[in-house]
Design a protein around this ligand. Structure first.
Ligand code: ZN
Length: 356
């Protein structure tokens, strides 16, 4: 638990002051360092929200003045601050608990009366929490597949509408391994020819764009729906060896084998965030469900979703196909949290929404 001012505070968050930043403040603070730096993803923050980050012993704070244009100032850790209310200690509710598997989801909830915004710090990245009018904080974080078993401190900071820190909380999170078999994939020369360095680079660039922004409030309720019927041909998170080669990378989704043309539906309510062709994932649809949660539907024969339109759980968005890098028709289904791929079946089994 952390709180208060001065030497008692943690090294990473030395300053609790509210910053009223004038026009003379420096612009261009590297917010990407603090917010969603992993994988090129970044968080969209609300007007008036104050962000903090510490680099090299200096705390940087920025108030977002308008979309994408933060006013900011850099303060030495030793500078004095305006007195602010003493933050209350937040009790953090972690689900499934303080232990979370690699490739799995961690839901964080807390109650912070008077909070208008909140941030979470986990594994060196910053994430935004959703805050209800009653001060209920909620966020979901994913543990990346290339993570190793380790213990991390999760720190939550809740701010009032004026930017004052109204609550802080911390908890130990233990990341534990999950056993997943290696997928020994055999590709024909034709199939393997899809996997060029150029295709990989183009795919990475598309992924970075797809996870450069996130919608705000969560739009879904209840568990996700499995988006098509069929057998699970490759599981999420399996290490992959192609044609007997070394294990390079992990399978980022769940493969559901089904005949070409089988309907694919939205796993949950959301906004169609991206429709297009990816070199490896083929014809694709991405849905933004809010709160950092997106789902992806790939290798489609055809898409019937329109970017920007809202879709309800179960709405048809395309058909199973064999576009991109495939050995046969199947749906490659992904669920991502702030751009981090997590086990989709966990989302079909459990409810992670803020109202649960
Ligand atoms: Zn797949």
């Amino acid at each position: 638990m952390t709180g208060g001012h001065g030497p008692a505070s943690t090294p990473r968050w030395r300053r609790r002051a509210v910053l009223a930043l004038g026009g003379g403040a420096a612009v261009g603070v590297p917010l990407a360092v603090a917010f969603g730096a992993r994988g090129g993803a970044s968080s969209r923050v609300a007007d008036g929200e104050v962000l903090f980050a510490t680099e090299g012993g200096v705390t940087v704070a920025a108030r977002i003045a308008s979309a994408g244009s933060p006013q900011s100032a850099t303060l030495p850790a030793t500078s004095s601050s305006t007195p602010t209310p003493t933050p209350v200690a937040l009790g953090l509710e972690l689900s499934p608990g303080p232990e979370v598997g690699i490739g799995e989801t961690l839901r964080v909830r807390a109650r912070a009366p008077g909070a208008a915004s909140a941030s979470l710090e986990f594994r060196g990245s910053m994430y935004r929490a959703v805050v209800g009018v009653d001060g209920k904080l909620w966020s979901v974080l994913g543990v990346p597949l290339d993570e190793v078993a380790a213990e991390h401190e999760l720190v939550v900071r809740a701010l009032s509408a004026s930017g004052a820190v109204v609550g802080t909380g911390a908890a130990r999170v233990v990341v534990v391994p999950v056993e997943r078999p290696v997928d020994y994939l055999q590709l024909t020369a034709d199939q393997a020819s899809v996997l060029t360095p150029e295709a990989a680079a183009r795919e990475s660039a598309l992924r970075a764009a797809q996870f450069s922004a996130f919608d705000g409030a969560p739009r879904w309720r209840g568990p996700f729906l499995q988006p098509t019927t069929g057998s699970f041909t490759t599981r999420f998170g399996q290490g992959r060896s192609i044609n007997g080669g070394p294990i390079g990378g992990f399978h980022t989704g769940l493969d559901i084998g089904a005949p070409e043309g089988t309907p694919v539906v939205a796993a949950a309510d959301g906004r169609v965030a991206w429709v297009g062709v990816m070199p490896i994932r083929g014809n694709s649809v991405l849905i933004d469900h809010g709160g950092g949660v997106k789902s992806g539907y790939h290798h489609l024969l055809a898409t019937q979703a329109v970017e920007g339109e809202f879709v309800a759980l179960g709405a048809p968005i395309g058909q199973v196909g064999a576009t991109g890098l495939v050995t046969g028709p199947h749906l490659h289904w992904e669920v991502t949290l702030w751009g981090v791929n997590v086990e989709p079946l966990t989302w079909a089994r459990l409810e992670f929404g803020p109202t649960v």
